[in-house]
Design a protein around this ligand. Structure first.
Ligand SMILES: NC(=O)c1ccc[n+]([C@@H]2O[C@H](COP(=O)([O-])OP(=O)(O)OC[C@H]3O[C@@H](n4cnc5c(N)ncnc54)[C@H](OP(=O)(O)O)[C@@H]3O)[C@@H](O)[C@H]2O)c1
Length: 284
């Protein structure tokens, strides 16, 4: 259907591919919300407008004429208040798709990340909350990439626990489906790749693509916390990252769902395919 869509986080891992997926869906008109922008621009069906969670003056013009929105959570210790305020100001929205994380439902409704989901659920808008497992792209453009490139080391909370990692292109394809489908109901989707792999498996696959051995280094949860704080992250951010890592260390991220195939009609991209397509990212 023809809905004008606002994509927040449009320069991020998922947002970039979501824009591509929308363009492939018959040139679906959409607006890329961008934090720093001198003037609004339009190229074909794609507009760029300023959108900054931390600058409320950007919200109403970003949402002008918009029927559906893809939300990434604001980078706040407590993301829920801003989400509530934004959605309350957007009475004409027909659909909200928000990026969350695997296992968010296990948190108490007042914990920050789950409270963000609750803000969407209680907004009165039709919604889809995406709960993906860890992204493949963490190893090419994300935080795990530099150590692989520079030291041939893959760091992990567990070398041996399997995880059903997912490609952000599959996450973006599901997000596009959920933004455009007229019949979509309000629901939560657990998104995974097609197989669960250990960090040792990832290192072997990356090593084959890179043409050199990659070793695995387990990082204790306390060290993960220390690193987040040393980078300037807050205690809340450290709790969040440690919680995600603990789920991996304790073997909770191995579940494989058929959601990607069911909604997109094709199998999830495999890590081997991803690694061979992105071999240049593994070498300096
Ligand atoms: N990485 C994983 O394995 C994983 C797995 C499951 C779920 N998730 C969830 O995915 C979300 C992140 O999505 P992503 O990986 O696609 O994004 P990303 O690559 O981390 O990029 C973040 C995006 O947010 C934008 N942004 C930052 N501050 C902003 C602000 N104040 N106002 C508006 N936009 C702002 C950035 O814009 P600039 O370019 O201007 O900085 C960028 O477009 C997080 O909620 C994370 O918990 C991640």
């Amino acid at each position: 259907m023809q809905r004008k869509i606002l994509v927040t986080g449009s320069t991020g891992k998922v947002g970039t591919y979501l824009s591509q997926a929308l363009q492939k869906s018959g040139g679906q008109p959409h607006v890329l919300g961008v934090r720093s922008l001198n003037c609004e621009t339009q190229e074909g069906s794609v507009e760029r407008r300023r959108f900054d969670w931390d600058d409320r003056t950007t919200w109403s013009s970003a949402l002008d004429g918009i029927q559906a929105v893809y939300l990434i959570k604001p980078p706040h210790d407590e993301p829920a208040p801003a989400i509530r305020e934004l959605l309350a100001s957007a009475s004409r929205l027909e659909r909200v798709v928000m990026m969350s994380e695997i296992h968010c439902q296990a948190q108490n409704d007042t914990e920050p990340q789950r409270a963000a989901e609750v803000a969407v659920e209680r907004s009165g808008h039709s919604f889809c909350i995406l709960r993906p497992n860890w992204f493949f792209q963490n190893y090419t453009t994300g935080s795990y990439a530099p150590k692989i490139r520079q030291q041939s080391i893959l760091e992990t909370a567990s070398a041996s626990q399997p995880v059903s990692y997912i490609d952000v292109r599959d996450v973006a394809a599901v997000a596009a489906f959920e933004l455009l489908n007229d019949d979509a109901r309000s629901h939560h989707l657990l998104l995974t790749g097609g197989e669960a792999l250990t960090s040792r498996d990832l290192a072997n696959i990356i090593g084959a693509a890179a043409g050199r051995p990659i070793s695995v280094s387990e990082v204790p949860l306390d060290d993960i916390r220390t690193r987040v704080l040393a980078r300037g992250g807050s205690e809340a951010m450290a709790d969040f990252i440690v919680g995600l890592s603990r789920n991996i260390a304790e073997g909770r991220n191995a579940i494989v769902t058929d959601t990607v195939e069911r909604l997109t009609g094709r199998k999830p991209i495999s890590f081997s395919t991803f690694a061979s397509q992105n071999a240049q990212f593994f070498n300096d």
